[in-house]
Design a protein around this ligand. Structure first.
Ligand code: GLY
Length: 285
């Protein structure tokens, strides 16, 4: 049997980062657990400020950082929404799955849970996030609000996110010893209002896992949610090869999008822009 872990650094991440992700994949791989493999991989990417997750997460337009993360196995799910001032949101998502009767925790309740479980206060802000916000704010300032009433201004903010370098969301999928797992973590897709929620913590949208395979997405969250992208891909598994499924499911996409997926026959990935990926595989009897 082939056991594999596949990870991505987000749509828009330089392909040259694939060598780094290859290293992270071999470090993160646990030959006994697909869940440990995807969580370990996501923690490594959250701790690396190059990526838009954990340390290195982008700022909201008010300058705050709110992060989303999720983990999913064939039998369990946990996610956190808009969590602030912790180092590893994916670990908190895992704790939601394993240590609470809930599936999704948000905002201040998620933070209280984190503190109760011993997560220390941590500031994930970076110089990169600061510079990104400055760029976004100057784009927003150039909008003529007279000509752009409320909703068109918001629409324009959505349009800007297609122009700005969209490094977005890290994720991992794995198949180890006959079971699948998936994990995602993100600082969100800039520009975004405080409180905005993307696809990553929503099961079926930015993440899905079941007995046929595991799928995670990266890209413009609003568009991914509208397509319920990951469960659509998952439902097609078995009907044709994985790479055709990924391509077909993203054909009508408005905006940048990337996917990684794994089934019992192997893994595949697709992205409409550069996206760094890394993998590790090992054989067992
Ligand atoms: N894909 C991450 C987000 O839109 O928040």
């Amino acid at each position: 049997m082939k056991n594999s872990l596949l990870l991505h650094g987000g749509i828009g991440s330089e392909s040259s980062l694939s060598a780094l992700l290859q290293e992270y994949a071999s470090k993160a791989f646990d030959n006994k657990s697909s869940l440990n493999s995807v969580v370990n991989a996501t923690v490594l990417m959250e701790d690396d400020p190059i990526f838009n997750a954990g340390t290195g997460s982008y700022q909201r337009i008010d300058g705050t950082i709110q992060m989303d993360a999720a983990v999913m196995t064939e039998t369990g799910f946990g996610s956190v929404i808009g969590v602030e001032k912790i180092r590893n949101p994916v670990k908190l998502a895992l704790d939601v799955m394993q240590k609470t009767p809930h599936l999704i925790m948000a905002g201040d309740g998620a933070l209280r849970l984190a503190r109760m479980l011993g997560y220390e206060e941590y500031d994930p802000n970076t110089q990169k996030a600061q510079e990104q916000r400055e760029k976004v704010m100057s784009e927003l300032a150039s909008i003529d609000s007279e000509k752009n009433p409320r909703f068109s201004a918001l629409k324009r903010m959505g349009d800007i996110s297609k122009l700005i370098k969209p490094e977005d969301t890290v994720g991992a999928v794995a198949y180890v010893n006959g079971t699948f797992a998936a994990a995602v973590s993100t600082g969100g897709a800039t520009p975004m209002l405080r409180g905005r929620v993307g696809d990553s913590p929503i099961p079926g949208a930015g993440i899905y896992c079941g007995p046929k395979g595991a799928v995670v997405a990266t890209g413009f969250g609003e568009e991914i949610i509208k397509h319920m992208l990951c469960i659509s891909v998952y439902n097609d598994i078995g009907s044709k090869n994985l790479s055709s499924i990924l391509e077909e499911r993203t054909k009508s996409f408005d905006g940048p999008v990337g996917l990684i997926a794994i089934d019992k026959n192997g893994y595949s990935y697709f992205s409409s822009k550069p996206m760094a990926v890394g993998s590790f595989s090992s054989e067992t009897e």
